[in-house]
Design a protein around this ligand. Sequence first.
Ligand SMILES: [Zn+2]
Length: 508
Amino acid sequence: MVAVKVLLVVIDAASPRVFCPAVQTGRLKNFKLLAEAGEMHQESVSIFPSITPAATSSIITGCYPSQHGIVGASWYDERSDQVAYYGDDFWVVAARGFGAFLRDFLVHLNGDRLTAPTLFESVEGAGREAACFNFLVYRGLKPHRVNIPWLLAVLPGTPLTETVLGPTTLCLGDFVSDGRGHAPSPKPHGALHRFGMDDAGTGSMLCQAAAEGTLPDFTVAYFADNDYRSHEVGPFGALPVLDRVDAALGATFEAAGGIERFLSETCVIVTSDHGHCDILEDADAAVIHLDNLYSDFAQATLGKPWNARDQIMICPNMRAAQLYVHGTASVAQVVQTALKEPRIDLVIWRGGETPATRRYHVSGPRGTLAFWRHGGGGREGRDAQGTAWRWDGDPAVLRLETSDGLVHSADYPNPFERIAGALDADAAGDVWLTAQPGCEFEVRGGQPHVGAGSHGALHTLDSLSPVIVAGASMRLPRTLRSIDLAALCMRALGLTSRREIGAPALRD
Ligand SMILES: [Zn+2]
């Protein structure tokens, strides 16, 4: 039987190693009820870089940054000569300056920067109706008025957009509240509650829509507080936030007449965008200062486009970083400098001018490896999706294992597809770095998460998400990726998706 409706719940940064035991022991009792009514997968693989703007875009578009264009939390866009900068993470920058943050989302991320269709566009394009509660990648087909007085209060004197395109129901805290049911903006508001865009706001809107019976065919509800809190106290310390999300779901089911009734007409899918890695307590050991490491290079000012004499632009993405090379500097020099720092886990760059000659290079303390998709030579194997790859060099770099023609890595899940899915983006850095577990990249003026949690890298700690599906009679495949969630939602709705669950996802 195909469920009539789908509710997709995205809990930012819920790590399986924290979330799943709390479900299994019954601490998160409503999630446990969902898992018992359906199925829980503990190893859905996020994208690289495993960081919120890129990873939430992948959930809602079903593709990698190479296709959706959101290449992390910070990158350089050569076409517009702008640095896209979403800060250390959504909510850290929100705390510093909510106005600029919101303008970047309202105007840019959901406008010119997002280059793939969202689920909201696909679902409503197929004649069904959708709602978005606080999910920040919300582009749809219907114009909504932005609450200008609120924005002006936050960002005086700045020209602002008056309408944004979203699904039929679009609720973004105090800024946009429009659609069926017309849920009034929930309490509490204000800067302390991120203007209604925190978990209390999302939970309240969801519960109200369930009580009124106004949930449409497809709803995305986004709970961001877990990421925010995990950056402060680490992923395990943030468990009380997950307790509150669990309670919000329980209240939603209750408002709709109980979980059984809810699941009889709605398929509930729960996931996160990435995991969290614990960061060492000793700042000297934890923080890799990239501006110091690259002090021999003329560095572009953080967040600003190139000046003529600049040689390197550093775009930190917490446990990953993208470096752009300019003028008299070379990729080889930038790579060699990175290899002098033992806390850098992987140094990644791309060679070859055409898809036929393209090579992805990965270097680190365990050696050097190159891999490619087209042409002969090297060793050969398939990934779990069936894509054929060839590679040459030290498999220990990515801790590769091969058996029966399958190439696999426990430490770096689905490494080839995820690396290509980032580096093939038009705006991707020339050289990417990832930090050893426990470490994080920083440049002057940043806020490292010493003794707490961080993410962004290719490592398994950063890269896994739980997935629960309840209320639909479908079995989850053994290997699952966050880019499969869009197809999962479409199938539960009885709609055709552009790519099937588990299918190869790269294009030339
Ligand atoms: Zn996130």
